[in-house]
Design a protein around this ligand. Structure first.
Ligand code: 8YV
Length: 323
C-alpha cells in the first residue's frame, strides 16, 4: 500500500533552506510552478493548500483567485508588502508572517550601518588592505555617541533601534502614523520635520504603496549636508534616484543601505559612490534568527493547513477576523 501523498504547497519564491527543509517533511513543495510551468500549474492550483512566501515575494489577487483550496499564506519575513492581503481576507485565506524573532538582528544591523558609515569602517578596511595606510591616515569620521537619531517607523524594530541608540547617548525622536504615548521618545509629525532635527535618519517603516518614496528629495534636503540616511526597511520607501543625487551632490553626508529598489540589482551610480555603505539585504541573516524565522513560518503553515490557531497572523487579518 503506497504512502498517502503529502499535501501540496506552492513556494512563490526561493525559500531559505531552513524553511524549505521543514516544509519538505510534511508537504509536497512546488517551487514557483505558477511562473516556471503555467500549464502544469493550471492542473495543480486547485490542490494547493498552502502558500510559502518570503518578505519580498509577490502573492497578487489573480494568483490567490487560482488557489481555490488555499488555507494559509505563510511569509518567511516580517514584511509582507508583496502580498495582496485584502484579496486574501476577502477569500478567507489568512496571511501570517514572522514578527519579533528578527527585531534584534535588524536593529543590530541598523546600528552597524550607522557606525559603518559614520566611522568609515568599510573604507578603513580597504585603506589597510590596499596598502594605503603608509601613505596617510584615513579621513576623519563622524561621532555617533550623542548624535541625534530620527526614526521613521516606531514598531517593534524601531523601538529596538531606539533602545540601542539610547545606549549610545543619542537623543531619539520619531515619526509614525501616530504618537505612541507609552514611549519615552519625542514624536514628530512628519519625515521632513524629523529629518531637520536629525543627524542620523533611520528608516524602518513597512513597505508597500502607503510608504512608497516616503523618503524623497525634500526629506533628504531637510536632513542636510551633515546628515546620514540609514534604510533597513524596504527599498521602495526611499526615492533611490533622489538618494543617488543627494549623495553625489553632497545634499547629505552619507548613507547606510540594506535594501534597494530593485534587489538584487543595485544601480552602478550608487555602487560607485564613496559615501555609502551597501549591504545585500542581510539585516535578519544570522543562523540563529533564520532558524527562528523558519520555525515560526513552518508553524504558521502547519496551523493554517490543519485548521489550528495561527501563531502570528498579520495585523490586518486579526482586525478583520479577530484572531
Ligand atoms: C527577510 C525582510 O528575512 O523580514 C523581512 O521582511 O526583509 C527580511 O528580513 C527576507 O525578506 C526573507 O526573504
Amino acid at each position: 500500500m503506497s504512502a498517502p501523498s503529502k499535501p501540496d504547497v506552492l513556494a512563490v519564491a526561493k525559500l531559505h533552506p531552513f524553511f524549505r527543509q521543514a516544509l519538505d517533511r510534511l508537504y509536497t513543495v512546488h517551487d514557483r510552478t505558477h511562473e516556471l510551468d503555467p500549464t502544469a500549474f493550471e492542473a495543480l492550483a486547485p490542490h494547493i493548500v498552502g502558500v510559502a512566501a518570503t518578505g519580498e515575494a509577490r502573492v497578487p489577487r489573480p494568483l490567490l483567485e487560482q488557489l481555490s483550496a488555499a488555507r494559509v499564506v505563510s511569509v518567511f519575513g516580517v514584511g509582507y508588502d508583496g502580498v495582496d492581503v485584502a484579496a486574501a481576507i476577502e477569500r478567507g485565506v489568512p496571511v501570517t508572517h514572522t514578527p519579533g524573532v528578527l527585531s534584534d538582528d535588524v536593529a543590530d544591523m541598523a546600528m552597524a550601518l550607522v557606525l559603518g558609515i559614520a566611522r568609515r569602517v568599510p573604507e578603513g578596511d580597504r585603506h589597510v588592505r590596499e596598502g594605503r595606510w603608509p601613505g596617510g591616515p584615513l579621513a576623519l569620521g563622524r561621532k555617533v555617541s550623542g548624535a541625534r537619531m530620527g526614526i521613521v517607523g516606531m514598531g517593534r524594530i524601531g523601538q529596538a533601534i531606539a533602545r540601542r541608540a539610547s545606549a549610545f547617548g543619542m537623543p531619539i525622536a520619531y515619526t509614525a502614523r501616530s504618537a505612541k504615548a507609552d514611549l519615552p521618545w519625542s514624536f514628530v509629525s512628519d519625515a521632513v520635520a524629523l529629518a531637520q532635527q536629525s543627524d542620523f535618519l533611520v528608516v524602518i517603516t513597512p513597505g508597500g504603496a502607503g510608504t512608497r518614496h516616503l523618503i524623497n528629495a525634500n526629506v533628504l534636503a531637510a536632513l542636510g549636508p551633515n546628515g546620514y540616511l540609514i534604510n533597513v526597511a524596504r527599498g521602495s520607501v526611499v526615492d533611490e534616484e533622489a538618494l543617488i543625487c543627494a549623495l553625489r551632490d553632497g545634499t547629505i553626508a552619507g548613507a547606510g543601505l540594506d535594501v534597494f529598489a530593485n534587489e538584487p540589482q543595485v544601480p552602478e551610480a550608487l555602487r560607485q559612490l564613496p559615501n555609502v555603505v551597501l549591504s545585500p539585504h542581510t539585516a535578519s541573516a544570522t543562523a540563529q534568527t533564520r532558524q527562528d524565522m523558519a520555525d515560526l513560518a513552518f508553524a504558521n503553515m502547519r496551523a493554517g493547513i490543519d485548521g489550528q490557531p495561527l501563531i502570528t497572523p498579520v495585523p490586518e487579518w486579526v482586525v478583520a477576523r479577530g484572531k
